[in-house]
Design a protein around this ligand. Structure first.
Ligand code: ARG
Length: 493
């Protein structure tokens, strides 16, 4: 044994587990203490709820509970950095309690295991992180709806395959992402519901002979319910997978919006605010959309995190395996990066300018009004497939430009054997060729016509209000539970 190990053995971690296997060359490798800073506050809350419950159930005497709870306050004030050495934060906090209280401090770990304890801590912390992520999606959606409301009439080119396809509006484009982000919020709220369930009391996996009250600890910690099966409680990590998957899906949507904005900035269709751009160290004329490029990359990190997490979980047998210790950080990294990226995109959207004249001038590029003329012919009774043929021939003849009426008429005569104007008036054709009129005509449910978009804005605002209420209810419940727990603790200390 090296001198360092000898020191260690005389020291703190020995208090909890009497030095069994606690030294050795793999000690650092096994420790999660540094990464566990993330769940330091969570562990203190879980310890407090557990001790209050043990006292209420008569498993630990009130005065001992009071000493343990006072020691936990002291450990909290000293901070994570002052914790004694230990394999993880759970062991280190317990050692800190035993150091302060003496052997009776060890009663804190009655009727539980680090397996249910760590699962409770991860859920407790993750739910707060999920709420932050949800709040970020709400702010992003609000920015999109606000900017959309200003640009209901701002006509712009719409693309498929990155080719000009049909004219649309800035509002319709932005709301397409708002709708997707609303589903991302819903997925995060769903993941929150399944994360916010208490595994505490599952013990190592096999329950406990003590007369514990699992519903009481769940209530004290603000969990909505209990993960009943004790093996499932201690071993299950599908809540981590689901939450990380919901975040990764959201990051994927974000990356699409980021890419669209990068492309539009390149075409001069959107002006990003200086705070969301960067300049070149050598090329003085350049303003680059770097923030959005980083958002694209965050989606890659999220996919990597989800993949690391699922690969770690895949094939793990019941019940607890130490692999789980390395599963958790994937979720932390993903939630941090994705929430930050969401906030950055919200800022970029809220501050960007959409140059109306440039957009309108480009809206009909590439004969993107062709479908509208075909629709007009089809409305006059020409089979749509035949109308398509007329316009395809006109497009070929005009070589990517919008053909004039004479060209359209000549092509129609070739295909239909009659003048175009036998079917559709000149005014109707001219209107179909005008991007503004073209957009106004597409007023089907969810379409880009200003009236249809106004309805979408109304629906988006209502859904946003409902999601804000859902967020407020959950975050209020957590605050209330934290206050209740403090009140209960104060009965003993
Ligand atoms: N630090 C561990 C984790 O994060 C929890 C400890 C459970 N350890 C054990 N050997 N049963 O998963």
């Amino acid at each position: 044994m090296t001198g360092e190990d000898a020191d260690h053995d005389e020291g703190h971690s020995g208090v909890v587990r009497r030095d069994r296997f606690s030294g050795g060359p793999a000690r650092g490798f096994m420790s999660s203490l540094a990464a566990d800073e993330r769940i330091f506050a969570a562990d203190l809350a879980v310890d407090r709820a557990h001790v209050v419950m043990l006292a209420e159930q008569g498993i630990v005497a009130d005065d001992v509970a009071g000493e343990i709870l006072a020691a936990l306050d002291d450990v909290e004030s000293a901070g994570h950095g002052a914790l004694p050495d230990g394999e993880d934060v759970h062991e280190a906090i317990e050692t800190g309690v035993v150091e302060r209280v003496g052997p009776d401090g060890g009663k804190m770990h009655t009727a539980r295991s680090r397996n249910d304890e760590v699962a409770a801590c991860i859920r407790y912390r993750l739910r707060a992180d999920l709420l932050d992520a949800i709040e970020a999606t709400l702010a992003l959606r609000e920015a999109l709806v606000d900017v959309a409301a200003e640009h209901v009439d701002t006509v712009m080119p719409g693309y498929t395959h990155l080719q000009p396809a049909q004219p649309t509006t800035v509002a319709h484009f932005l709301l397409s992402y708002e709708s997707a982000f609303a589903r991302d919020t819903a997925r995060l709220l769903d993941a929150y519901g399944r994360t916010n369930q208490s595994p505490l009391g599952g013990a190592a996996f096999a329950g406990t002979p003590f007369d514990i009250d699992r519903e009481r600890t769940a209530e004290l910690l603000g969990f909505e319910g209990v993960v009943a099966n004790s093996m499932d409680a201690s071993a299950g990590r599908d809540f981590l997978a689901e939450s990380t998957a919901a975040l990764t899906t959201h990051a994927t949507t974000l990356s699409g919006l980021a890419e669209d904005l990068v492309i539009f900035a390149n075409k001069g269709f959107v002006d990003l605010a200086d705070e969301y751009s960067s300049t070149s160290s050598i090329m003085p004329q350049k303003v680059n959309p770097d923030t959005l490029e980083l958002v694209r990359a965050v989606a890659g990190d999220a996919v990597g995190g989800l993949s690391g997490l699922l690969t770690t979980l895949k094939g793990l047998p019941r019940a607890y395996n130490r692999d789980l210790q390395r599963a958790t950080p994937h979720a932390w990294e993903t939630v941090d990066a994705v929430s930050e990226a969401t906030a950055v995109v919200a800022g970029a959207v809220a501050t960007a300018e959409w140059p109306e004249e440039t957009l309108e001038a480009a809206a009909g590029d590439g004969f993107s009004t062709a479908t509208g003329v075909a629709d007009a012919l089809a409305m006059a009774g020409v089979p749509f497939r035949t109308a398509h043929e007329v316009l395809a021939a006109a497009a070929e003849r005009a070589d990517g430009e919008t053909p004039d009426l004479a060209t359209l008429d000549a092509v129609a005569a070739d295909v239909l054997g009659e003048s175009l104007f036998e079917y559709v008036s000149r005014e109707r054709v001219e209107a179909a060729l005008d991007p503004v009129e073209s957009v106004a005509s597409r007023d089907s449910l969810g379409g880009p016509a200003p009236a249809a978009v106004a309805a979408q804005i109304g629906d988006a605002e209502a859904a946003l209000d409902a999601d804000r209420d859902a967020y407020d209810a959950r975050s209020g419940a957590l605050d209330a539970a934290a206050a209740t727990l403090r009140t209960e603790v104060d009965r003993y200390v």
